[in-house]
Design a protein around this ligand. Structure first.
Ligand SMILES: NC(=O)c1ccc[n+]([C@@H]2O[C@H](COP(=O)([O-])OP(=O)(O)OC[C@H]3O[C@@H](n4cnc5c(N)ncnc54)[C@H](OP(=O)(O)O)[C@@H]3O)[C@@H](O)[C@H]2O)c1
Length: 221
């Protein structure tokens, strides 16, 4: 384990857009690891329904309430809604570690492709909006299908964690490692998030060709 030096036990995890596949999958794994998980949504009812699906340890609320209450907040909304949502939550997210897993991708007949982002990447866009938060990029390549599958005990994956704040990246590496099988690996500064987000388009191509839920492993560490 690489991120185990930091103790994350007892931290509550909020997930903006936690009603979607990715948010629910992460929420399920964090709840299984004993974390209190707060599912956020634009609709309190949808959030409560999603929390009910996850069960013990999960509760639901409006995105703003979740952003204000949780210790660590994960952003798991589509890129289209990313900037506007974060702009509306600046005050609630001030001082917190905010984990961005958003992949700005387009899809056409040839499959997935990376979209240009003015700020460089979704994570840098988050950092530009949330100037008072500690933005970390992580969880871009996890398969929501595997996270949700009760038959999958261990997820065979390295989660690349990027950011400019060492304590924050250490914390998110440790958080990734509460998911059995996962290693949290430091992957560089926030300015290098674009490649990590864009690489998801390649992984989607792998998944389509080989009918898989592919993950990355970094060797020699
Ligand atoms: N799916 C994966 O396997 C996976 C893996 C890695 C990373 N990601 C990234 O994680 C993010 C979420 O993926 P997903 O597959 O879970 O997406 P999704 O199901 O399409 O969306 C997640 C949630 O975001 C909320 N949402 C939708 N449009 C919004 C908007 N305009 N403004 C604010 N909230 C909005 C919705 O919740 P409410 O309607 O309840 O508010 C929705 O349930 C994406 O950026 C994706 O690139 C996904």
């Amino acid at each position: 384990m690489i991120g185990r030096m930091t103790d994350v036990s007892g931290l509550s995890i909020g997930i903006l857009g936690g009603t979607g596949d990715q948010g629910k999958g992460l929420a399920r794994r964090f709840a299984l690891a004993g974390h209190r998980v707060l599912i956020g949504s634009r609709s309190e009812q949808r959030a409560q329904d999603a929390a009910g699906d996850i069960g013990a340890g999960a509760s639901g609320g409006a995105n703003a309430a979740v952003a204000a209450e949780a210790d660590i907040v994960i952003v798991a909304v589509p890129y289209e809604g990313h900037k506007a949502l974060l702009e509306s939550l600046r005050a609630e997210l001030a001082g917190k570690i905010v984990v961005d897993c958003v992949n700005p991708l387009g899809f056409d007949k040839q499959g997935a492709y990376a979209l240009p982002v003015e700020e460089g990447s979704a994570a840098q866009q988050a950092a530009a909006v949330l100037t008072e938060s500690r933005v970390v990029a992580a969880f871009h390549h996890v398969s929501a299908v595997l996270l949700m599958d009760p038959a999958v005990e261990k997820v065979d994956l390295d989660v690349l964690v990027l950011g400019d704040d060492r304590e924050a990246t250490d914390t998110v590496q440790a958080l990734a490692e509460v998911i059995p099988g996962v290693r949290g690996v430091y992957g560089g500064r926030l300015r290098n998030s674009h490649q990590i987000e864009a690489l998801t388009a390649n992984i989607i191509s792998v998944n389509r060709r080989y009918k898989a839920h592919a993950g990355l492993r970094i060797t020699d560490i």
